[in-house]
Design a protein around this ligand. Structure first.
Ligand SMILES: Nc1ncnc2c1ncn2[C@@H]1O[C@H](COP(=O)(O)OP(=O)(O)OP(=O)(O)O)[C@@H](O)[C@H]1O
Ligand SMILES: [Mg+2]
Length: 268
């Protein structure tokens, strides 16, 4: 399970990038975070990966507080960044083997690694090909294969379909849905409203560091996600305040927090 409780991040320069976020991604659920550039999506994901420290609140992976127990939390989560960092002079299989060795998951043998590469839909002829010759979509698929090595209960992906052609994007979507069906809890950011509607069990729209709405797959049978998104971005809808219990539930990391009725947050 992936859970944010009152999760807040104010960067050192004073920018309030994330403001009292509450969300839950259960095992077997795929959650898509949408929102304009600068809305706080990557900040949220980075907090779950302990790349940055929260100002207030908790990021939990399988019930483990990421800030308190980063190593234990990391054992339960795999991550794919927008621009996968891979070794260009290694083949796809060698990259996989390298990352497997790093995380103590090696020893599968060539055929074992080929099996994983097959699982993410890379064509057989690419398995032993140097990845400097790979397209962006092929690199993303290899990135997902690396994520799958650890077989963690939680997966976090930052714009995994960004820049992919429609076929590659559909392939990646299918792989993620399969992982979801295998009981993984998946949290990803995307700008692709249509794919989000198609694949997500739950969608959260972020604006200026706040989750302004959340909808389930069932809700979206009756609502137009694109319309909702555009309305919120234009500011034509009312901002939803985070739930009262979550507010004030935690004052562990910030000295004090003050929430105004106008739904803007100020730190005092
Ligand atoms: N390291 C940092 N230091 C200071 N401010 C930052 C830092 N990283 C991000 N920000 C600011 O935090 C806010 C949220 O940024 P974030 O990267 O989380 O947005 P995003 O929703 O992922 O956007 P995009 O869709 O462009 O990827 C922005 O105002 C950004 O300028
Ligand atoms: Mg981002």
């Amino acid at each position: 399970m992936i859970e944010a409780r009152n999760l807040t991040k104010r960067y050192e320069d004073g920018i309030l990038a994330l403001d009292a976020l509450n969300l839950t991604v259960n095992p077997g659920e795929l959650y898509c975070l949408l929102g304009a550039n600068g809305a706080g999506k990557t900040t949220t994901l980075n907090l779950f990966l302990n790349f940055i420290q929260p100002t207030l609140g908790y990021a939990l992976i399988n019930g483990i507080d990421v800030a308190q127990n980063p190593l234990a939390a990391k054992e339960n989560v795999a991550y794919l960044s927008e621009n996968v960092c891979l070794y260009n002079n290694f083949s796809a299989r060698q990259n996989l083997e390298y990352f497997a060795t790093l995380s103590g998951q090696d020893g599968r043998g060539r055929q074992g690694y080929h099996g994983i590469l097959r699982g993410v839909g890379l064509p057989e002829r690419c398995f032993e090909q140097k990845i400097k010759e790979f397209s962006k979509g092929m690199r993303q698929k290899l990135g997902i294969a690396i994520c799958m090595l650890k077989d963690t209960p939680a997966l976090i992906l930052d714009e995994p379909m960004s820049g992919l052609d429609p076929q590659a994007s559909a392939d990646v979507m299918e792989i993620l849905m399969e992982l979801r069906d295998n009981n993984k809890a998946i949290l990803m950011s995307t700008h692709d409203i249509f794919r989000a509607k198609e694949m997500a069990d739950r969608v959260g729209i972020m604006k200026e560091g706040r989750k302004v709405i959340e909808r389930t797959r069932d809700d979206l049978k009756f609502e137009n996600l694109e319309r909702l998104y555009l309305d919120y971005m234009r500011g034509e809808s009312t901002v939803v305040l985070p739930d009262e219990d979550a507010l004030g539930a935690d004052s562990r990391r910030a000295s004090s927090t003050f929430y105004t009725a106008s739904a803007r947050t100020k730190f005092v």
